[in-house]
Write a protein that binds this ligand. Structure first.
Ligand code: FAD
Ligand code: MLT
Ligand code: ZN
Length: 504
């Protein structure tokens, strides 16, 4: 069963009629106005199979102009819409709540241009493009402008851009998520500790407002202090302020030397101290610092095929992945090896292995990246994505475990290097009694420690009414004013992000 969120459809919104369908077919052509039941069932259901809408219509625009015409029309008719990328969101933001029209951005996936320091290797792009024109220019910085987003075709975002440059973002959903969805959620992911937030990496974007106005903010400059930097409003706004139709993003050079260690620690304090040391001693080659507890490891081993623990069975309570990325293979490897040896001697690391080749590195990442999938397979899951002071983070997991007793499995994993905990509660079926013990406790605890109730996933439908745990009343009111200014009829992703009581 799914977790019900009781709310009312906003009666201000119209329902689709035959004239609307005719109009959409005029704008998009027959085949991009989708009413097929199977397609709609998938598009109405989120990745976790927890949130289900009942939309009867999915639109597939191919150009900014088409997005603009659709939105202009929907706004004039007061038809609510949900922008949808790869539908991998984890907070119920990417699917309709009721009968909102789904605007699926999957057809807009061309690379418009790519600047780099040489003009060769054009072919590297061909297999991953769908007919887009690639324009090369001689510059020293690498940027890539995507006309909208592209499904990332392989394990490594780097392949997506070039064999010489990488995406500054990597996450477990890389096989399905889209750049537009990533920017709209301000996704964090596995390399945040190295490259930082998309607020720093996105150089410009184009967005279409609810009334169809196209906002061109597609600059590619590193520095530009002319007035308010409006693009930041759209980064992380989860489709509630506009539809992102183009993005320009910094793509750092792909470095040749990557090393990955899979380690075990006896307790959380050791993980925490190891992080401090890694930041100090590995410095600028540190590219990921991730952790999972033994409960997460058990889930992965029990539910994912072909996954095994690379360390001999023992009573390890925590596992840590440390990745370094640099430009000198022998120097970087020696540096990491010396680091690991030293902290094994002093006892911060209880056991560990260094990946010997790319396949082994992949198998280590599979363990960490496989936790959300394993949780899904295990049954129902309540997911919390929290920013917390690192020294307090795991206390919450332990308190929750005590609170719930044997009724549920409480697991903790996440982006330790960024102070981002994924607290997940796994149980055979959704259970309101358990939920009542978890919430509002988890939000109150986070708020008391001045953390954030959404570190990287967004608020979506799940936490729209919880925003006050992390934001002041004044801030929320200003957000509501901005929403009303940009989308006066509230047609863009209604019921999400902001409390419905303030927006409708
Ligand atoms: P969707 O899920 O389709 O949409 C997400 C939100 O963005 C919705 O509110 C939608 O309305 C809006 N939206 C989508 N496209 C547009 C657009 N073009 N214009 C305006 N609004 C739009 N997230 C992290 O931050 N870090 C992680 O490490 C991470 N790992 C994940 C691992 C797995 C296995 C899964 C399933 C998810 C993970 N996520 C993670 C969550 C999710 O992948 C990200 O939020 C991702 O950025 C969503 O992209 P998407 O294209 O799937 O967007
Ligand atoms: C992750 O880091 O694995 C993702 O954010 C997904 C999740 O939280 O389960
Ligand atoms: Zn995450």
């Amino acid at each position: 069963g799914s977790a019900p969120i009781v709310m009312q459809r906003n009666p201000m919104f119209s329902t689709i009629n035959a004239d609307d369908i005719t109009k959409f077919k005029e704008i998009l052509g027959e085949k991009n106005v989708v009413q097929d039941e199977e397609v709609l069932l998938a598009a109405n259901t989120d990745w976790m199979q927890k949130y289900k809408g009942s939309s009867n219509l999915l639109l597939q625009p191919r150009t900014t102009e088409e997005v603009s015409q659709i939105l202009k029309y929907c706004n004039s008719r007061c038809l609510a819409v949900v922008p949808q990328g790869g539908n991998t969101g984890l907070v119920g933001g990417s699917v309709p709540v009721f009968d909102e029209v789904i605007i699926n951005m999957g057809s807009m996936k061309n690379i418009i241009s790519f600047d780099k320091d040489e003009t060769s290797k054009v072919k590297a792009f061909v297999p991953i493009q769908s007919g887009g024109r690639v324009i090369f220019r001689k510059t020293t910085r690498a940027k890539v402008i995507f006309r909208n987003e592209a499904t990332v075709p392989s394990l490594d975002f780097g392949c997506f851009v070039s064999i010489r440059f990488v995406m500054p973002l990597d996450l477990g959903a890389k096989g399905s998520c889209q750049i537009g969805g990533n920017v709209s959620t301000n996704a964090g992911g596995l390399r945040f500790v190295r490259y930082g937030s998309l607020h720093g990496n996105v150089l410009g974007l184009e967005a279409v407002l609810a009334n169809g106005t196209v906002l061109d903010m597609l600059g590619t400059l590193r520095k530009d202090n002319t007035g308010y930097d409006l693009k930041h409003l759209f980064i992380g706004s989860e489709g509630s302020l506009g539809i992102i139709s183009k993005v320009s993003i910094l793509t750092p050079p792909k470095l040749s030397s990557v090393n990955l260690a899979f380690l075990a620690c006896k307790d959380y304090v050791s993980c925490q101290n190891l992080l401090l040391e890694a930041k100090r001693k590995l410095g600028n080659i540190l590219s990921a610092f991730e952790f999972l507890d033994s409960h997460s490891m058990d889930l992965v081993l029990n539910h994912l095929e072909g996954v095994r623990n690379p360390l001999p069975p023992s009573m390890h309570n925590f596992y840590v992945l440390i990745e370094t990325t640099g430009s000198d293979q022998s120097y970087d490897k020696e540096k990491l090896e010396a680091f690991l040896l030293r902290y094994m001697e002093v006892g911060l690391i209880s056991d560990g292995v260094l990946a010997q080749d790319i396949n082994q590195a992949f198998s280590f990442w599979r363990i960490r990246e496989g936790v959300p999938e394993a949780l899904m397979k295990a049954g129902a899951v309540y997911k919390y994505d929290l920013s917390l002071p690192i020294e307090k983070m795991y206390d919450l997991v332990e308190e929750m475990r005590m609170r719930l007793g044997p009724a549920a499995k409480v697991v903790g994993y996440g982006h330790l290097g960024d102070g981002n905990l994924h607290l997940n509660i796994s149980l055979p079926e959704y259970d309101d009694t358990v939920l009542g013990q978890v919430e509002p406790f988890v939000y109150e605890w986070t708020s008391k420690h001045r953390g954030s109730i959404s570190a990287e996933h967004g608020l979506g439908l799940m936490k729209a009414n919880k925003i006050h745990y992390s934001k002041s009343t004044e801030s929320v009111h200003l957000m509501v004013s901005i929403k009303k200014l940009l989308d006066p009829n509230g047609i863009l992703n209604p019921y999400k992000v902001l409390p419905s009581s303030l927006t409708s």
